[in-house]
Design a protein around this ligand. Structure first.
Ligand code: ADP
Ligand code: MG
Length: 345
């Protein structure tokens, strides 16, 4: 942009550099602020037994969703799921949401109804209350910002920073599916734009498309860990991709990690899609975002208790103080995991 000559593009810092910069120099000015920026949620003192958890996420048209293939109902649902997922990542329970929207006059009343039918479905599914929000017009496009509030017992809160050397690294569900779904939807959109006569065909890709359009927060995993009395030492939800999110745990826990490539849980459909795009399922698992699975570490002494649980894979272990993060292939070769670029700006 001509007016920006001599100024610094925001992209030069990357998302996390930018967040570090804008949050620098702020201090907790009131008692009862347990954790400010830097984890999946802010943590506030509530009463003798509980902390309050707070988190917020924006979804912007053209950046986080494309209305040519994402139904508004699903966008509403996903906006809630991604927030509830951040409460799960603190080992907490969501209780309510505030929903703010901005939209241009391109959106009809029916469209806004559809968006809120998804928000309502998510409130029913997660058993949470719509507490309020804000409504504005926008020059262009649709923005949705959801803020979630939740709670956690004080002795159960889990931060990104508690992982210890030798802890096992675990992940719920399978990874890379949301990226595979996005690739398939984009491919069908491009085909349609080049030849409006043909109908999109998503047969055989139902699983990955659902992973992209209708992710669920893993509140069930929090419940099953609690049932077997396993308290993770650190946890984060996978919103940016496994490589980025394991780096957050490692940086905040001041430890390194080794991940085993052949242990990464990847669905058959994800593998198939990745290969059709000249990539691999494990690359999608490492770099694809929006899976909203939970990545957590547990003490090795809890391994036996985890064994009976469904849908949890052990994918690696934590290493010593400030060590690098490696991904190890089946032939034993190790590659360092480095932060992925970020391209919103
Ligand atoms: P997540 O992927 O879990 O939603 P983010 O990567 O969006 O987390 O944010 C990481 C941390 O930085 C969070 O603690 C969040 O509250 C904080 N953060 C992000 N953007 C801002 C901002 N504009 N102002 C203050 N804090 C921010
Ligand atoms: Mg998160």
């Amino acid at each position: 942009m001509e007016g920006n000559i001599g100024l610094t593009p925001v992209s030069s810092l990357g998302e996390f550099g930018l967040i570090d910069r804008i949050t620098e120099g702020f201090s907790a000015r009131n008692p009862g602020i347990i954790k400010g920026p830097g984890d999946d949620c802010a943590v506030l003192d509530k009463d003798e037994s509980f902390y309050t958890l707070l988190s917020t996420d924006i979804m912007a048209e053209g950046v986080h969703f494309d209305l040519s293939y994402a139904p508004l109902k699903h966008i509403g649902y996903k906006a809630v799921s991604s927030n509830v997922s951040d409460i799960s990542a603190m080992n907490g329970r969501s209780t309510g949401i505030l929903v703010s929207i901005g939209f241009s006059n391109r959106f009809s009343l029916e469209a806004i109804d559809e968006l809120f039918s998804g928000i309502r479905a998510a409130c029913d599914f997660y058993n949470i209350t719509l507490l309020g929000g804000d409504t504005s017009s926008s020059r262009q496009g649709l923005f949705i910002s959801v803020t979630v509030v939740g709670e956690v017992e004080k002795d159960k809160v889990v931060y990104r920073s508690g992982a210890q050397e030798h802890d096992l690294i675990c992940v719920s569900g399978n990874l890379g599916g949301a990226l595979a779904g996005l690739k398939v939807l984009q491919r069908e959109k491009d085909l349609f734009l080049n030849n409006p006569g043909i109908q999109p065909d998503l047969t055989g890709f139902e699983f990955v498309v659902e992973r992209q359009l209708k992710p669920e927060a893993r509140t069930d995993i929090i419940a099953s860990l609690s049932e077997v009395a396993v308290l993770p030492t650190a946890m984060i939800d996978i919103s940016d991709g496994l490589s980025s999110d394991i780096l957050h745990i490692c940086k905040q826990s001041k430890r390194g990690a080794v991940l085993y490539q052949n242990k990464l849980p990847v669905d058959y459909e994800t593998d198939k899609v990745a290969e059709s795009f000249q990539s691999t399922g494990s690359t999608y698992a490492l770099n694809g975002g929006e899976d909203y699975e939970l990545l957590f570490t547990v003490s090795i002494h809890d391994f036996e208790k985890l064994k009976g649980l469904k849908d949890i894979s052990v994918i690696g272990h934590m290493t010593g103080t400030n060590s690098p993060v490696y991904i190890e292939a089946s032939d034993g070769t190790q590659m360092e995991v480095i932060a992925q670029g970020w391209s919103h700006f």
